[in-house]
Design a protein around this ligand. Structure first.
Ligand SMILES: [Zn+2]
Length: 258
């Protein structure tokens, strides 16, 4: 079964939704969370399971505000290799500066509180990346491809228009203890990464790319990359026992670009 939000991309960049997508969107807007039950993990590419687009009332209970998974400005937007940001040149209407990085305004209070809590625990978290514009992501991606080759680069670097960083909802954390581990595999061994693994969820941040879910997300593990989704959604995901937005919302993902 295709994603309930599957949309055909028109030449002018707009999306044409299938009938089921329109129905699913209406249901979401009517206050029904889409459940991605029965998700199946394939080799290298995650496909939608046969989950129902309709969740029962219990699914909704406890979730005070429901948000779109396809609108770029939504705190629950799913951005991956199958679902680019729409429009491609989207920029958050409100950006705030935390440390020396910009993030979407909605992320500011939790990110500020997270950094303060780490400091109080004697952990030297830094920020290495926040909001990245379409043009900046293009530069980052081209540099990665030139350095590592396309195949290796695309395991960790999103093509322009496909990066969560463009939403302003994603941050890459760094380490004062081992600054050389910024955006490197050794980050996972730093005290900062361990602190994040234990506490980031308290501030609404999801560790987006792990070893276990890389077939679903389409990315290699990134122990530094966190995506703000809010505490409420994290609690719902934990109850369901899923670690990805793709599985929770029944949205396609995987390593292949749309
Ligand atoms: Zn990142």
């Amino acid at each position: 079964m295709p994603s309930p939000f599957a949309a055909e991309r028109l030449p002018d960049g707009r999306r044409r939704y299938s009938r089921s997508a329109v129905v699913a969107r209406r249901r979401l807007l009517a206050g029904i969370v889409v459940a991605g039950a029965g998700a199946a993990v394939g080799v290298g590419r995650w496909r939608d399971g046969g989950g129902s687009a309709v969740a029962d009332a219990e699914e909704v209970a406890g979730t005070s505000a429901l948000h779109s998974t396809s609108e770029a400005a939504s705190p629950w937007v799913v951005v991956n290799k199958q679902h680019p940001i729409d429009p491609a040149d989207y920029a958050p209407a409100s950006l705030v500066t935390v440390g020396d990085k910009q993030v979407a305004g909605v992320v500011g209070p939790d990110l500020t509180a997270l950094l303060a809590a780490a400091t109080a625990d004697g952990v030297g978290l830094t920020l290495t990346s926040g909001y990245r514009s379409l043009d900046y992501q293009r530069t980052v991606h081209e540099q990665a491809v030139a350095r590592d080759g396309r195949a290796a680069a695309e395991r960790v670097s999103a093509r322009p228009g496909y990066s969560e960083h463009q939403t302003g909802l994603a941050v890459d954390f760094g380490s004062s203890a081992r600054p050389e581990c910024a955006v490197q595999d050794c980050y996972r061994l730093t005290p900062e990464a361990r602190w994040l693994a234990a506490h980031a969820g308290d501030f609404g941040f999801l560790l987006r790319y792990t070893e276990q879910n890389s077939a679903v997300t389409g990315y290699a593990p990134e122990s530094w990359h966190y995506r703000w989704v809010g505490r409420e959604l994290l609690e719902r995901m934990a109850e369901r026992g899923v670690t990805t937005l793709e599985e929770f919302f029944g949205v396609s993902g995987g390593a292949e670009y749309a």
